[in-house]
Ligand binder design. Structure first.
Ligand code: UTP
Length: 290
């Protein structure tokens, strides 16, 4: 059973400057809710009860968001704002949420390594704090189902356009079952000609705890950081690891255009906004063509 999840959210967010200079990109709102709350809700809907968030300098707002705010609760109570009161109380009771500080930003692999004592010796999920996935069955639950079948690590895969493979880490592997791949290797940002597939790593993982040993052995790689993908390459050299082409749509809110797209998509899913937003978009598009 997978009970624990790690949400790395310590990164600088250089692709989202200047907005991310003094506030975490993970706290940027998607409609009316910080991005990272959707990530926590996905974990909870997938059966996770214990979440460790890896945070760093300038990320205190994340801690505060998941803590209770008694003054605000009292204020809302006195004003009879019951719906708002319920919505903010719910946040702090979503799961057992813990925080750890990544003292130096040495990359995603290093951020995950910070979780080793908290995780102990059990398999766990990883959800990137700046990546949202819209799907009917939460993508972490989809990965847990594959883990239950094979009892080995699983990484979420997304099919990307061939012409864009060089932006992603892609996998080499063989198909085992519908949407399930046995992974041979990972290739970081390949050229179109060298890409072994167009299946990209998509920000959700279920990992066996020996990943910590492999991270420890991982030398600094791209950007002089300890990359999780490099540690996973060591892992696949020694034991099986699977990729799962999940059903859903991924949004990397850490880049500006995806952030805009995410807001539009999520607002279109809201009954209270949909009609007005469609009318507005039609209007703006018509105007921009003039
Ligand atoms: P990114 O690759 O998006 O890196 O990290 P970043 O530093 O946050 O952003 P850019 O590229 O400079 O714009 C993916 C996830 O891993 C976390 C980030 O917070 C994000 O959720 N991360 C990354 C860490 O927790 N620690 C790190 O050292 C690096």
């Amino acid at each position: 059973m997978i009970r624990k999840a790690v949400i790395p959210a310590a990164g600088f967010g250089t692709r989202f400057l200047p907005a991310s200079k003094s506030q975490p990109k993970e706290m940027l709102p998607i409609v009316d809710t910080p991005a990272i709350q959707y990530v926590v809700e996905e974990a909870v809907r997938s059966g996770i009860t214990d979440i460790l968030m890896v945070i760093g300098k300038g990320k205190r707002a994340i801690e505060e968001h998941f803590d209770r705010n008694f003054e605000l609760e009292m204020e809302l109570g006195e004003k009879g704002k019951e719906a708002e009161l319920e919505s903010i109380r719910r946040i702090s009771s979503l799961a057992d949420i813990h925080f750890i500080w990544q003292k130096e930003l040495n990359g995603l692999g290093d951020a995950i390594y910070c979780a080793r004592h908290h995780i102990g010796n059990e398999p766990f999920a990883v959800l990137l704090g700046d990546t949202l996935v819209e799907s009917s069955l939460p993508v972490t639950e989809q990965l847990i189902n594959i883990f239950d079948r094979y009892q080995e690590s699983v990484v979420a895969l997304e099919e990307v356009e061939k012409s864009k493979v060089s932006r992603y880490g892609v996998v080499a592997g063989s198909q085992m079952a519908k949407d399930v791949y046995l992974i041979d290797d990972f290739v970081e940002k390949p050229s179109i000609e060298d890409a072994p597939s167009n299946l990209a790593i998509a920000g959700r993982y279920v990992l066996t705890p020996d990943i910590f040993d492999y991270i420890k052995q991982t030398a600094r790689g791209k950007n002089n950081e300890i990359q999780l993908t490099d540690a996973m390459r060591l892992l696949v050299g020694n034991r099986a690891m699977y990729g799962y082409r999940f059903d859903g749509r991924r949004y990397d809110i850490g880049n500006k255009i995806d952030f805009i797209k995410t807001n539009i998509s999520y607002a279109l899913m809201r009954e209270d906004m949909r009609t007005e937003l469609i009318a507005f978009l039609k209007d703006v598009i018509a105007d921009s063509g003039r």
